[in-house]
Design a protein around this ligand. Structure first.
Ligand code: ZN
Ligand code: FE
Ligand code: FE
Ligand code: ZN
Length: 276
């Protein structure tokens, strides 16, 4: 029984830096925050340059410019060296899935030796599903249509094999628009796609900070993912140093309640398992 409450290997698998234009704080401050939280490791996963939109810097408020990627990689690796022996600093990326642009993403991923690549569906029906103001899309376009298309894309993202971890599995709920019951099948198909692809998912505290006030994924959804054998990582999706490891006790409790008994870490895209 003692092992159940132990929290031996402490990770945060989703944090951003000021490069994306909507997060605050220097990368080094995230590492210092992780150290003060007692984390064993922290994975930087800034947003990939918006490779599927035209131009060098399609939206400075959403992601770094194309030309900034090498500097990001260098900075994270340098922090890894600086903090070696105190905390492991990993090089990751939160990569959008954009249907039809898989080759362009493949080229970006091949250019650097990532420790972990997160796969995110933010771009749904030609617009963002989670940007400020995206909540209004549910009124205009219909919650059912958005959720259905989101889950179709998430299943496709899983099947590409490009990603180690799928993020915020039920993201369209962000502004409080719950999945209509009619979409249960689409959700089950996305779960099956994750399982078939062997991809992991994150249990993220970010939803607790949003209007929906619930972690990603929702408790019942997380239970079905865990029951399907889909492994998990723990994440905060921090956009400020103070959010590193934010809500950690809550997401660990949620994962355990859902039946998870271990979580993953990654090195050069190879997974390691840790008791939860
Ligand atoms: Zn972000
Ligand atoms: Fe995201
Ligand atoms: Fe993120
Ligand atoms: Zn995110």
């Amino acid at each position: 029984m003692q092992g159940m409450m132990q929290d031996l290997y402490r990770t945060d698998y989703h944090v951003h830096t000021e490069r994306c234009g909507h997060a605050g704080g220097a990368a080094r401050d995230y590492v210092l925050a992780a150290l003060s939280c007692g984390l064993s490791e922290i994975a930087f996963t800034d947003h990939v340059p918006l490779y599927f939109l035209p131009g060098e810097d399609p939206d400075p408020a959403l992601a770094m410019a194309r030309s900034e990627l090498p500097g990001y990689v260098e900075e994270v690796r340098a922090l890894g060296e600086e903090f070696a022996g105190r905390i492991d600093v990993l090089l990751g990326l939160e990569a959008d899935y954009a249907e039809g642009h898989e080759t362009a993403l493949q080229e970006i991923l091949a250019a650097h030796d990532w420790d972990v690549v997160l796969g995110s569906v933010h771009w749904v029906k030609g617009d963002w599903i989670d940007a400020p103001g995206s909540g209004k899309r549910h009124e205009r376009e219909g919650t059912e249509a958005l959720w259905g298309e989101y889950y179709r894309l998430l299943g496709k993202a899983a099947a590409t094999g490009l990603f180690d971890v799928l993020t915020h599995f039920d993201l369209p709920k962000k502004f409080g628009h719950r999945m209509p019951a009619s979409l249960a099948r689409a959700e089950a198909e996305a779960v099956a796609a994750a399982r078939a692809a062997g991809v992991a998912i994150e249990v993220s505290s970010a939803g607790l900070r949003k209007a929906v006030k619930e972690e990603y994924p929702a408790p019942l959804l997380l239970k079905s993912l865990v029951a399907a054998g889909v492994p998990i990582v723990l994440s905060s999706d921090a956009h400020a140093p103070a959010e590193v490891a934010w809500g950690r006790a809550e997401i660990i409790a949620a994962a355990r309640t859902a039946g998870a008994r271990e979580h993953l870490s990654f090195r050069k895209r190879e997974r390691r398992r840790h008791p939860l």
